[in-house]
Design a protein around this ligand. Structure first.
Ligand SMILES: Cc1cc2nc3c(=O)[nH]c(=O)nc-3n(C[C@H](O)[C@H](O)[C@H](O)COP(=O)(O)OP(=O)(O)OC[C@H]3O[C@@H](n4cnc5c(N)ncnc54)[C@H](O)[C@@H]3O)c2cc1C
Length: 270
């Protein structure tokens, strides 16, 4: 199918992009186009105009700022997967980015696009939630920063307003925990059926963040103790707190968490 007719703008500054969004009713931002264009082709989305972020200066930077890594909204998934700063400071994020779709999708799709789209089975919203990331939004009234856990509201729903642009995220560099990641998908490159990020701290506390099992990433604090059987009981009890869509996803989620936990224990501190 072909999309409905739309106008196209390619602003070169953030102010210009925000002005266009404000001035044109029904306009929408486009970044990598890997989610929006299929929706438009199926006519599930019919924006009156596309405001292309690709020529906006400075949105693709990766910087260390204090104790955090600042990632611009236009950073591509493949860059997240390969960038030496990301690999060194947030290896679990780099690993998860490598599981997004296929190479062609990863070279176009962007961090900001994945977060704004908020597919519950997507890796990056869950990674950001697991890692305690903060999302920076720019709008007509200026900038606001919102913790990832408050940004994702439900299936394809976020706190982003129509006249706002997601400009960057800041993720604290993780120094005192070990991290693991696992996802199950039917084929490599498919969206995950279920996945988990697990954080293990020195005092045996930590967290698990699941994705693909409910309308948004689900993060829960946990305490680790005992053997695998005990951990499986703990995963099951923790999953009771999540409104899981289907029973088989609950089982996959438990297996994903256990595999992620084992990976974290094998890796040591990061
Ligand atoms: C075959 C296929 C397989 C895929 N597999 C996976 C997968 O396994 N895991 C996964 O996570 N994703 C997967 N994707 C989706 C892919 O990751 C997309 O790149 C991502 O979801 C959206 O990023 P984008 O930059 O392409 O956004 P776009 O498609 O350009 O935009 C998506 C939405 O976000 C909005 N938006 C984009 N950028 C901003 C911004 N900076 N500020 C405000 N709003 C913005 C747009 O208006 C639109 O509503 C797949 C896609 C395809 C086609």
């Amino acid at each position: 199918m072909k999309p409905a007719a739309f106008d196209y703008y390619s602003p070169t500054s953030l102010d210009e992009a925000l002005q266009l969004l404000r001035d044109i009713p029904g306009s929408k931002v486009i970044a990598g186009g890997q989610s929006l264009i299929p929706l438009m082709n199926f006519r599930l989305s019919r924006p009156s105009a596309l405001v292309d972020l690709n020529a906006v200066d400075g949105l693709d930077r990766i910087q260390v700022v204090g104790g955090a890594l600042r990632l611009g909204a236009l950073v591509r998934h493949e860059e997240l997967h390969r960038n030496p700063e990301v690999r060194s400071h947030l290896p679990v994020l780099a690993e998860a980015a490598g599981h997004i779709g296929h190479w062609a999708i990863r070279t176009r799709g962007t961090l900001g696009g994945s977060l704004a789209h908020a597919d519950p089975a997507a890796e990056l919203p869950a990674a950001l939630t697991a890692l305690g990331g903060v999302i920076e939004l720019s709008g007509p009234e200026g900038q606001r920063k919102i913790p990832s856990e408050e940004f994702f509201l439900g299936y394809l729903m976020t706190d982003l307003r129509d006249d706002e642009i997601l400009t960057a995220v800041e993720i604290p560099m993780q120094r005192d925990a070990s991290w693991g990641f696992c996802e199950f998908a039917r084929r490599p490159g498919d969206f995950a059926l279920a996945g988990a990020f697990v954080e293990v701290r020195g005092d045996a506390t930590g967290s698990v963040t699941w994705f693909g099992i409910a309308g948004r990433p689900e993060r829960r604090a946990v305490t680790f103790s005992g053997d695998e059987a005990e951990r499986h009981r703990m995963w099951a009890e923790t999953l009771e707190m999540v409104d899981v869509e289907e029973e088989y996803r609950r089982r996959l989620a438990s297996e994903a968490a256990e595999a992620a936990y084992r990976q974290a224990m094998g890796r040591g501190r990061q």
